[in-house]
Design a protein. Sequence first.
Length: 420
Amino acid sequence: MQKKLILPIALVLSVVILWMVFGGNNDETAELYTSPRQGEFVVEVISTGELRAKNSTEIKGPQGVRDFRINNMKVQRLIPEGSIVKKGDFVAELDRSPILAKMQDAQLEVQQAQSQVTQAQLDSTLTLSQARDNLINLEYALEERQIAVDQSKYESPAVQRQAVIELDKAKRTLAQEKKNYQTKVKQAVAKISEIEAELSKKQNELNKIQALMSEFTVYAPDKGMLIYKRNWNGSKVTVGEDISAWNPIVAELPDFTVMESLTYVNEIDIQKVKEGQKVIVGLDAVQGKILDGTVTSVANIGEQRPNSDSKVYEVIIEIAGTDSLLRPAMTTSNEIQIDKLDNAISIPLETIHAQDSLSFVFLKDGIGSKMQQVELGLINENEAVIHRGISMDDRLYLSMPEDTSGITKSYLKDDITSNN
């Protein structure tokens, strides 16, 4: 019986001894420490971008439709994105319905103007014909008055005087009507010229509309790879979409010799980003492919992007050199190099604690710990550079010790030690 109990008792004692050795001091084993790191320290802003050509040839639809109060044009047909086209190749077909309605109205206005010209010509012909007949009648009347004067020489002086007066009146009437006739001729010419000018204006509008009709079929202005145009919200212009009459771009032919990455940086990091900073650009589609880039533009005004809760700022990064692998719309990972130190002492951000606008770390001090003020330098996403306050041999708490009562606090300036 005693022999049977020996083995279980030995096992229990072993468990107790192991617990006392390795598990008895839970507080001590719960503490995690780290040491300062010395070496290259890089501050960078990381963002995701999209490749695009810096320069491109725009493929535009009809320009001038705004003159006819057309604000948008719908895309009816469009060749696939990425198609290789030559100069003069078909690219797109736009809906002609709005311009057809304008052309029908213009044709009707031209017909009406032509009718007005014809009517004015007929009216002028009739009016001037009547005026000429009137002049002939007045000439006959003047001749009759002259005959009456000639015959009155055998009459009394009163009758002779009356005949002379009637002759003078006939002469004045004829002279006045001749002047009126010249005025009527000028009026007729002016009226017909005005109506003909309006007809010419309507005809020119019709001709312009007819010329625009042909521009609703869009052809490539040059050779290259076709890329769909993007709207302000990032969506692409495809079949069924409207393009603006103010900027009637249907698609683009990018120039692959110079590419750039369009990215957006949040409002917290944008103050760090400046033109001329170097960028390490990676391609998501080609693992391990690294490109050099340079920040060429930083927006001054933020914008609210779709699916974003905060304001972001547009940043353009130009890619150095050329590469046949680069294509528009490829996703890029951009590491914007803000600053770099070759030989810096840095510690994890988890070890730094703020108190009264000062920065402290908790150090292992013998069997105890102390609170040491530090002077911070550059800070990146994970670490901070330390200028003063710690050495490479120090062991830092990754989190605040559970018991900080009576802990020693050491300051940099006056090296004053106080107890809390």
